[in-house]
Design a protein around this ligand. Structure first.
Ligand SMILES: [Zn+2]
Length: 205
Protein backbone atom coordinates (compact mmCIF):
# COMPACT_ATOMS: atom_id res chain seq x y z
CA UNK A 1 0.00 0.00 0.00
CA UNK A 2 1.43 3.41 -0.92
CA UNK A 3 1.49 6.11 1.73
CA UNK A 4 -1.18 8.06 -0.15
CA UNK A 5 -3.57 5.07 -0.21
CA UNK A 6 -2.84 4.33 3.45
CA UNK A 7 -3.51 7.97 4.33
CA UNK A 8 -6.82 7.91 2.43
CA UNK A 9 -7.85 4.86 4.48
CA UNK A 10 -6.91 6.61 7.75
CA UNK A 11 -8.82 9.75 6.79
CA UNK A 12 -11.89 7.76 5.69
CA UNK A 13 -11.98 6.05 9.08
CA UNK A 14 -11.47 9.30 10.96
CA UNK A 15 -14.30 10.92 8.97
CA UNK A 16 -16.54 8.01 9.97
CA UNK A 17 -15.53 8.14 13.64
CA UNK A 18 -15.70 11.89 14.28
CA UNK A 19 -19.54 11.97 14.14
CA UNK A 20 -19.57 8.86 16.37
CA UNK A 21 -17.44 10.83 18.83
CA UNK A 22 -20.17 13.44 19.00
CA UNK A 23 -22.74 10.74 19.78
CA UNK A 24 -20.46 9.13 22.38
CA UNK A 25 -20.00 12.44 24.17
CA UNK A 26 -23.56 12.28 25.44
CA UNK A 27 -23.90 8.53 25.60
CA UNK A 28 -23.06 8.24 29.29
CA UNK A 29 -25.57 10.93 30.18
CA UNK A 30 -28.41 9.21 28.36
CA UNK A 31 -30.85 7.19 30.43
CA UNK A 32 -30.50 3.60 29.25
CA UNK A 33 -32.70 0.79 30.50
CA UNK A 34 -30.46 0.23 33.52
CA UNK A 35 -29.93 3.88 34.30
CA UNK A 36 -33.58 4.77 34.43
CA UNK A 37 -34.22 3.21 37.83
CA UNK A 38 -31.38 5.11 39.48
CA UNK A 39 -31.61 8.28 37.42
CA UNK A 40 -33.21 10.23 40.25
CA UNK A 41 -30.55 9.25 42.80
CA UNK A 42 -27.25 10.78 41.65
CA UNK A 43 -26.87 13.36 38.94
CA UNK A 44 -24.08 11.96 36.74
CA UNK A 45 -21.40 13.93 34.93
CA UNK A 46 -23.15 15.40 31.89
CA UNK A 47 -20.46 14.24 29.42
CA UNK A 48 -17.85 11.53 28.94
CA UNK A 49 -14.61 13.32 29.90
CA UNK A 50 -12.28 11.06 27.82
CA UNK A 51 -14.32 11.77 24.73
CA UNK A 52 -14.39 15.46 25.62
CA UNK A 53 -10.58 15.56 25.95
CA UNK A 54 -10.17 13.79 22.61
CA UNK A 55 -12.54 16.26 20.92
CA UNK A 56 -10.67 19.18 22.47
CA UNK A 57 -7.42 17.77 21.04
CA UNK A 58 -8.94 17.39 17.58
CA UNK A 59 -10.52 20.85 17.65
CA UNK A 60 -7.15 22.32 18.65
CA UNK A 61 -4.73 20.28 16.55
CA UNK A 62 -6.65 19.89 13.29
CA UNK A 63 -7.04 23.65 12.60
CA UNK A 64 -3.45 24.20 13.84
CA UNK A 65 -2.22 21.61 11.33
CA UNK A 66 -4.34 23.28 8.61
CA UNK A 67 -2.69 26.63 9.42
CA UNK A 68 0.78 25.07 9.36
CA UNK A 69 0.21 23.33 6.01
CA UNK A 70 -1.42 26.39 4.44
CA UNK A 71 1.64 28.44 5.38
CA UNK A 72 4.00 25.80 3.92
CA UNK A 73 2.03 25.59 0.68
CA UNK A 74 1.47 29.34 0.40
CA UNK A 75 -2.29 28.86 0.47
CA UNK A 76 -4.72 31.17 2.30
CA UNK A 77 -5.93 29.68 5.61
CA UNK A 78 -9.60 28.86 5.16
CA UNK A 79 -11.87 28.62 8.20
CA UNK A 80 -13.48 25.17 7.91
CA UNK A 81 -15.18 22.69 10.20
CA UNK A 82 -13.19 19.79 11.63
CA UNK A 83 -14.57 17.44 8.97
CA UNK A 84 -13.98 20.15 6.34
CA UNK A 85 -10.26 20.35 7.22
CA UNK A 86 -9.92 16.55 7.30
CA UNK A 87 -11.35 16.43 3.78
CA UNK A 88 -8.25 18.35 2.57
CA UNK A 89 -5.57 16.24 4.28
CA UNK A 90 -4.93 13.87 1.35
CA UNK A 91 -4.62 16.83 -1.03
CA UNK A 92 -2.21 18.57 1.37
CA UNK A 93 -0.14 15.41 1.54
CA UNK A 94 -0.04 15.17 -2.27
CA UNK A 95 1.07 18.79 -2.57
CA UNK A 96 3.72 18.46 0.17
CA UNK A 97 5.09 15.35 -1.52
CA UNK A 98 5.04 17.07 -4.91
CA UNK A 99 7.05 19.99 -3.50
CA UNK A 100 9.57 17.55 -2.00
CA UNK A 101 8.61 18.44 1.60
CA UNK A 102 9.10 14.81 2.65
CA UNK A 103 9.58 15.41 6.38
CA UNK A 104 6.53 17.68 6.53
CA UNK A 105 4.42 15.11 4.64
CA UNK A 106 5.52 12.42 7.14
CA UNK A 107 4.69 14.77 10.04
CA UNK A 108 1.18 15.24 8.59
CA UNK A 109 0.68 11.46 8.39
CA UNK A 110 1.94 11.05 11.97
CA UNK A 111 -0.61 13.65 13.16
CA UNK A 112 -3.45 11.81 11.42
CA UNK A 113 -2.31 8.48 12.92
CA UNK A 114 -2.28 10.05 16.41
CA UNK A 115 -5.76 11.57 15.96
CA UNK A 116 -7.15 8.24 14.77
CA UNK A 117 -5.47 6.30 17.60
CA UNK A 118 -6.88 8.58 20.27
CA UNK A 119 -10.34 8.63 18.64
CA UNK A 120 -10.39 4.83 18.43
CA UNK A 121 -9.26 4.54 22.04
CA UNK A 122 -11.97 6.79 23.53
CA UNK A 123 -14.63 5.06 21.42
CA UNK A 124 -13.51 1.73 22.88
CA UNK A 125 -12.39 0.48 19.46
CA UNK A 126 -8.86 -0.49 20.52
CA UNK A 127 -7.70 -2.67 23.36
CA UNK A 128 -4.10 -2.35 24.63
CA UNK A 129 -1.28 -4.59 23.38
CA UNK A 130 -0.40 -7.56 25.62
CA UNK A 131 3.31 -7.58 26.55
CA UNK A 132 5.07 -10.97 26.41
CA UNK A 133 7.93 -11.84 28.79
CA UNK A 134 10.36 -12.19 25.83
CA UNK A 135 12.58 -9.76 23.93
CA UNK A 136 12.62 -9.60 20.12
CA UNK A 137 15.26 -12.17 19.02
CA UNK A 138 16.37 -10.24 15.92
CA UNK A 139 18.18 -7.37 17.73
CA UNK A 140 19.82 -6.66 21.10
CA UNK A 141 19.92 -2.88 20.88
CA UNK A 142 17.40 -1.82 21.92
CA UNK A 143 15.97 -4.83 23.73
CA UNK A 144 12.30 -4.67 22.81
CA UNK A 145 9.56 -6.69 24.46
CA UNK A 146 7.37 -8.66 22.05
CA UNK A 147 3.62 -8.03 22.10
CA UNK A 148 0.38 -9.65 21.05
CA UNK A 149 -1.36 -6.64 19.48
CA UNK A 150 -4.61 -5.56 21.11
CA UNK A 151 -7.92 -6.21 19.40
CA UNK A 152 -9.13 -3.65 16.88
CA UNK A 153 -12.79 -2.90 16.44
CA UNK A 154 -14.43 -1.25 13.50
CA UNK A 155 -17.65 0.71 13.25
CA UNK A 156 -20.38 0.00 10.76
CA UNK A 157 -23.31 2.35 10.42
CA UNK A 158 -26.68 0.72 11.05
CA UNK A 159 -30.13 2.27 11.27
CA UNK A 160 -30.23 4.45 14.35
CA UNK A 161 -26.54 4.23 15.22
CA UNK A 162 -23.45 2.11 14.92
CA UNK A 163 -22.49 -1.49 15.45
CA UNK A 164 -18.97 -2.62 16.37
CA UNK A 165 -17.14 -5.59 14.85
CA UNK A 166 -13.80 -6.90 16.11
CA UNK A 167 -10.54 -8.03 14.53
CA UNK A 168 -8.74 -10.33 16.94
CA UNK A 169 -4.96 -10.21 16.48
CA UNK A 170 -3.50 -13.70 16.04
CA UNK A 171 0.21 -12.96 15.91
CA UNK A 172 3.24 -11.78 17.87
CA UNK A 173 4.92 -8.54 16.87
CA UNK A 174 7.97 -6.42 17.66
CA UNK A 175 7.05 -2.72 17.56
CA UNK A 176 10.70 -1.74 17.03
CA UNK A 177 11.64 -3.71 13.90
CA UNK A 178 8.13 -4.63 12.77
CA UNK A 179 8.82 -8.38 12.57
CA UNK A 180 5.70 -10.51 13.05
CA UNK A 181 5.23 -14.21 13.75
CA UNK A 182 1.94 -15.92 12.92
CA UNK A 183 0.86 -19.03 14.90
CA UNK A 184 2.37 -21.24 12.17
CA UNK A 185 5.76 -19.62 12.89
CA UNK A 186 5.70 -19.94 16.70
CA UNK A 187 8.05 -22.97 16.59
CA UNK A 188 10.54 -20.86 14.61
CA UNK A 189 10.11 -18.01 17.08
CA UNK A 190 10.85 -20.42 19.94
CA UNK A 191 14.12 -21.46 18.26
CA UNK A 192 15.03 -17.81 17.57
CA UNK A 193 14.35 -16.92 21.22
CA UNK A 194 16.64 -19.74 22.45
CA UNK A 195 19.39 -18.66 20.01
CA UNK A 196 19.03 -15.04 21.13
CA UNK A 197 19.26 -16.11 24.81
CA UNK A 198 22.50 -18.01 24.11
CA UNK A 199 23.90 -15.07 22.14
CA UNK A 200 23.10 -12.61 24.95
CA UNK A 201 24.60 -14.87 27.59
CA UNK A 202 27.81 -15.18 25.52
CA UNK A 203 27.99 -11.42 25.00
CA UNK A 204 27.52 -10.87 28.73
CA UNK A 205 30.21 -13.45 29.68
ZN1 LIG B 1 12.44 -6.44 16.79
Amino acid sequence: MTTATALTTLIDELLLLVPALDAALHRDAGAGEDDRASASVTPSLPVNTDVLACMATLHGEVPATARWVSRLLGEPMVDRSLVGHLGHVVRWHDRLTATNAVAEAAHLVANVQRWLRSTRRVLGLSTPDRLLPEYCPTHDDPLTQLVVPGDEGWLAKVRGGYTVGWHRAEYVRCHHCGTTWTPGQYATLGRQLRDADRRRVEVAA
